[in-house]
Design a protein. Sequence first.
Lengths: 361, 294
Amino acid sequence: MNSIEIRDLALRFGQTTVLNNLDLDIGEGEFLVLLGSSGCGKSTLLNCIAGLLDISEGQIFINNKNVTWEEPKDRGIGMVFQSYALYPQMTVYGNLAFGLKNAGIPKEEIEKRIAKAADMLQIEPFLQRKPAALSGGQRQRVAIGRALVRDVDVFLFDEPLSNLDAKLRTELRVEIKQLHQRLGNTMIYVTHDQIEAMTLADRIAIMKGGKIQQLDTPANIYNRPQNKYVAGFIGSPSMNFIKGTVSEGKPPVFRSGEVEIPLSGYEFASQPIGETPVWFGIRPEHVVHGDAAADAPFKTTVKVDVFEPMGSDTQVWSKIADQTFRFRIDGRVQIANGDVIEVGFDPHCASLFNLESELRL
Amino acid sequence: MLKEPKGPRPRKVIAPGRIMLYTALAFAALYYALPLYVMLVTSLKGMPEIRMGNIFAPPMEVTFAPWIKAWDSACTGLYCEGLKVGFWNSVKITVPSVIASIAIASINGYALVNWRFKGSEVFFGILIFGSFIPYQVMLYPLVIITREMGIFGSLWAVIFIHTIFGMPLLTLIFRNYFAALPQELFKAARVDGSGFWGIYWKVLLPMSTPIFVVAVILQVTGIWNDFLFGIVFAGVKNFPMTVQLNNIVNTTMGVKEYNVNMAATILTASVPLVIYFLSGRYFVRGIAAGAVKG
């Protein structure tokens, strides 16, 4: 059963089309992350689902109820914002109780729900404080609590961790994941942070220009990106792309300049016919060196142009077929500029994209 | 021996720049305070003492008679009942005008920021354009409008006019203040089930004390000091304090009673002065809050 269904959604501001022909099904209890760079329409989509923006076309169903024309409060959603959006003149208790009072819920029930949420989020000690007297992490907990007490089926998160420092972000990320496991609610989570997306999501929807580029599990998004944009967006450092051609054969062969890579083990969506111009993509972390390289299906030697030590590993910039090629080696290996290193990789881990359509082959 | 620079940089106790600054400030303060001083001492002198000249000298014999006369029995045109009549007229004009104009303008500003409707930008543009039109241009049409409404020559006419003319500037400052508040707060309140009025009363108003103080100061001083609308629309019986003050000071009959004139002027100016003293701190804070986000 689907918790949220979006049918043919479009949103236009005057002449500008922000979202167009968008369809999305989100299962019950699913954790869906909307991921994309700024301006891709991910927050806009969330606001449409919440009912904070009036849509231009299409329908939105929440729990099989058509909520397209419903007010936000009647949609059965709770929302958490990036800037916390706590009411500054109310205490934490007042913040949590505000929505419940508006809904006309009896006082005992309000107290019960707040006590439960406060316990779950460990915010009991601050219930009588004003938001200004709380730290960023505490404020975001209260904001989550405000969604929690509404006792709804769907939680919407709009970049909830972006205002926090790196350490707190990691902590709260885990808390949100635990919360989801305990509550089992449907959650839609907007972020531009791929780590958050990969760690939290059951499925990720990568958006660009108001369109969903790929909707899949984190593993599939990472291993089998459907187009070059997704491939370059996910992964840090991002995927190496080498321009060249792929030609028919058993196995098919990728050629770029003097480099020839036999593509044994690569799972083609459809076997290449003739010669096709392509992007060959391989993730830096899938490139091996040293002894491991000797066993790799494909191996070559590269010259170190620049290296960036990062402690646990070192990022090396080099060239294959005169095109930038980055890979990571163990941080303990001593290297110098100009060194020649033997590297290798398994074409099974690679991704091929049509040069023009940029779609996966 | 040259001392190596270390720790806090030494500051000269009396730097030339400081002396310049304080001298300039002292002169500026003197320049503004002197007329007030002259008014105050003159109002406390009797007429014989004033005729001796020497306007800077403190009174030899302090008398409050001019103050009592100005308040209670000075002639303002046809009536000789002093400024108190005008004072109460001004209060009756100022209080409702301030409340009505601020209430309407704050709701305008709130709606313009948070509940955009088709043409709301045009509406706002027209409103702002209104603040550039000189009042005098609209005087005659307004006389006709108030006459047709049947309120010409009453306090209601003046209240009506002040409320209308307060709109452009007040709407602008409220709009800008509300626009600087985080939009997410407004969205959160909508998710929490607040409607148009709920958000205004329970979320925005409690956060907006500084800007309301600014609006009150602007309106109280503006309306209290108004002369033009008072003399045109109020009718002889309802002249505000400023018009009566003018009638006292510009009277051409008999002796010019400088002490009474001074006392009357100070009395008239005291209301805006008190407002400033009580809320100056909020005024600065409110203006700053509008300028800087957060």
